[in-house]
Write a protein that binds this ligand. Structure first.
Ligand code: FAD
Ligand code: FES
Length: 272
């Protein structure tokens, strides 16, 4: 079992866990993920690694309680054990000297954004971070972003993405960015990638399609990038933002919505 050594509630429905997983903590790098199974009845949940503390043998993750499996995981407390915690999976984001970089994260993905920002600064890059949230009460890790980045901004995004688009466009126009990295909901990452492409700046997006095995065997995480079929679990999750077929990704993410709604109701009634 993998012990939860620290648990924190992050508004509105996000949990931070530090999990004792010595082997994962020694090898993890920004961009990689773990696949977690709470217990023998649990589904496999991919979660991005938001920090590794090899001196404590722990790995940090943030997850939103959006459905039955993430709710079950969120019910664990400090000292409880997780049945499976496999990783690190996927490719690490190449951390090297790019120059001036922009790191934009939405929702639950603030932790990994700062994990990457710190690594990029360690390589001598100048890092500007943008945190995107649905409301002021959805923002977290704001002080930590100020410390981790050379410049940091927090923006509340409206449904049209206006707040985010205006800020990112201004930063891209004012600074000579060499590269943009982004994590978060598909529409947000797509908007950031399009703004970067329009200015000739390469962008790196991180894709979270439905995954099953996480090892390239099942094909569930198929995405189209540059006209070719790729598997996000072994070829990604990071891809070139200008080449991703976002329409296909969006429609594939909605594929299991009816079943997910049923699972949520059954979970609430204690049936599963
Ligand atoms: C590589 C990877 C890394 C991820 N990292 C994180 C992370 O760090 N933190 C985090 O909170 N979540 C992360 N996710 C998403 C997370 O795995 C799903 O939210 C989770 O599996 C949902 O399980 P569930 O049974 O609780 O909800 P479900 O019943 O499966 O789904 C509930 C709702 O969540 C949506 N959903 C389900 N899967 C995804 C997905 N892959 N992407 C976007 N929406 C989804 C559904 O459309 C539905 O609306 C990641 C996914 C992948 C593939
Ligand atoms: S999750 Fe099965 S191939 Fe990627």
């Amino acid at each position: 079992m993998y012990q939860v050594t620290e648990k924190r509630d992050v508004p509105p429905n996000i949990k931070m866990f530090k999990v004792r997983a010595p082997a994962v903590s020694r090898k993890a790098a920004p961009g990689q993920f773990v696949i977690v199974r709470t217990d023998e009845r649990g589904e496999r949940i991919p979660i991005t690694i938001a920090g590794a503390e090899p001196e404590e043998d722990t790995v940090t993750v943030y997850f939103a309680e959006v459905g039955a499996s993430t709710r079950d995981l969120g019910r664990l407390g400090e000292g409880d054990g997780i049945l499976n915690f496999s990783g690190p999976l996927g490719n690490a984001i190449p951390v090297k000297g790019y120059g001036e970089v922009l790191c934009v994260a939405g929702g639950v993905f603030q932790g990994v954004n700062l994990y990457l920002a710190k690594a990029l600064r360690g390589e001598g890059n100048r890092v500007t971070c943008v945190q995107v949230a649905k409301g002021m009460d959805h923002l977290f890790l704001v002080d930590e972003a100020r410390e981790a980045c050379d410049e940091s901004y927090a923006v509340v995004d409206d449904d049209e993405g206006g707040g985010l688009k205006g800020l990112v466009a201004r930063l891209l126009d004012e600074k000579k960015m060499s590269r943009v990295f982004t994590f978060g909901p598909v529409p947000m990452q797509r908007a950031v990638a399009e703004l970067a492409s329009a200015r000739g700046v390469p962008s790196s997006v991180n894709l979270y399609p439905v995954m099953v095995d996480g090892t390239g065997m099942c094909g569930a995480c198929r995405v189209t990038v540059g006209g070719a079929t790729r598997f996000a679990c072994i070829d990604g999750p990071e891809f070139d933002g200008a080449s991703v077929d976002f329409d296909e990704l969006t429609s594939r993410l909605r594929y299991y919505t009816p079943q997910e709604k049923i699972a949520m109701v059954l979970n609430e009634r204690g049936v599963i």
